[in-house]
Design a protein around this ligand. Structure first.
Ligand code: MN
Length: 329
């Protein structure tokens, strides 16, 4: 039996303490897959703890933690782990810019982002072709014939909805199969409640600013969101993505520590993860999928862009990348 869930159970069961660590500022997919995995372990008599670094920002992420009563412990980035501890990274990998390496001796990874290198993981279940990490966790239940409880099923269902942008940002049938399976055992009133609480009142200013600062050049759209948190940046990109005739979104937040980028692409010739790398041009870190990606350039590196203003720079790089990808074919 070489099933992934068996491999994971085998890897962790000898360890005294098992920690599940989603990416920093966990989004609904990171939260649901952590919660789903912890509950899955519990069905096998294995205890684990969900830990995270930084904060939970998104209104819907906070609501999930609250209504599903999810136990998540905030850890300092300087936390120490014992030799017998085990950390499972979920919805992220060590070389991503969105996760703090807590440097445990034993680490494994469950993720749906592009494979970033092994980094000595004890196990890896990395499936970049899936729209949500929650699809992977749901499959552990399905393949081992265990029905998740209503809270777990509902959290996983909601996460598949959000990470696949309501099933359109996925080209893998497995996301749909898990969605359908979970749908039948979920609490749809709670899904409605989550859907109705996605925008916080405090976020409205950022939405207003974003809508005022949109610039469209052909199918590419640029949005300067000013100072805004990571999760809101992604949510605003998703909203702008629904504007007619716009295929490529480059949103960015200018913060004290640097510039955070969020990219969306509905154009098959323009891969969001390649575009973000091209914009960053080795001056920071980026990652993601064909259709959505993110990145960061620190303030120091932004300074190295010399007297080129960032707004001009980002437009120049994006349009050059688009031209190159069309003329190159
Ligand atoms: Mn995800």
């Amino acid at each position: 039996m070489n099933k992934h869930y068996n491999m994971i159970i085998e890897a962790v069961k000898r360890h005294k303490k098992i920690f599940i660590q989603p990416h920093n500022i966990p989004d609904p997919d990171a939260i649901a897959s952590s919660f789903g995995l912890k509950s899955y372990f519990a069905t096998k008599g294995i205890e684990s703890e969900i830990i995270y670094v930084d904060s939970i920002e998104k209104t819907n992420s906070k609501t999930m933690v609250e209504i599903f009563d999810i136990d998540m412990t905030l850890k300092e980035s300087t936390s120490q782990f014992l030799e017998e501890d085990f950390i499972i990274l979920i919805d992220t990998q060590l070389s991503h810019s969105n996760v703090t390496n807590l440097k445990a001796d034993n680490m494994g990874v469950i993720d749906h982002h592009k494979f970033m290198g092994t980094e000595n993981y004890s196990f890896m279940d990395i499936r970049p072709d899936l729209g949500a990490c929650s699809t992977i966790v749901a499959s552990y239940y399905k393949e081992s014939n265990i029905e998740p409880d209503t809270n777990v099923a509902t959290a996983l269902l909601y996460a598949i909805m959000t990470d696949t942008d309501n099933l359109v940002r996925s080209n893998n049938i497995m996301d749909l199969e898990m969605f359908y399976w979970l749908y039948k055992i979920s609490d749809l009133d709670r899904i409605k409640h989550l859907r109705m609480n996605e925008i916080g009142l405090a976020d409205l200013k950022a939405y207003t600013r974003a809508l005022q600062n949109i610039e469209i050049y052909d199918s590419a759209c640029f949005v300067d969101i000013g100072d805004c948190n990571d999760s809101l940046l992604g949510t605003i990109s998703d909203m702008v993505f629904t504007i007619e005739n716009v295929d490529i979104i480059v949103s960015y937040a200018k913060r004290n520590d640097g510039i955070k980028l969020s990219i969306r692409s509905g154009d098959k010739n323009i891969k969001a993860n390649d575009l973000v790398d091209y914009i960053i041009d080795n001056k920071g870190a980026g990652g993601g999928h064909d259709e959505m990606a993110g990145g960061f350039i620190s303030q120091q590196e932004v300074g190295l862009l010399q007297n080129k203003n960032f707004d001009t720079y980002v437009r120049y790089r994006t349009i050059k990348f688009i031209d190159y990808n069309f003329s190159g074919k």
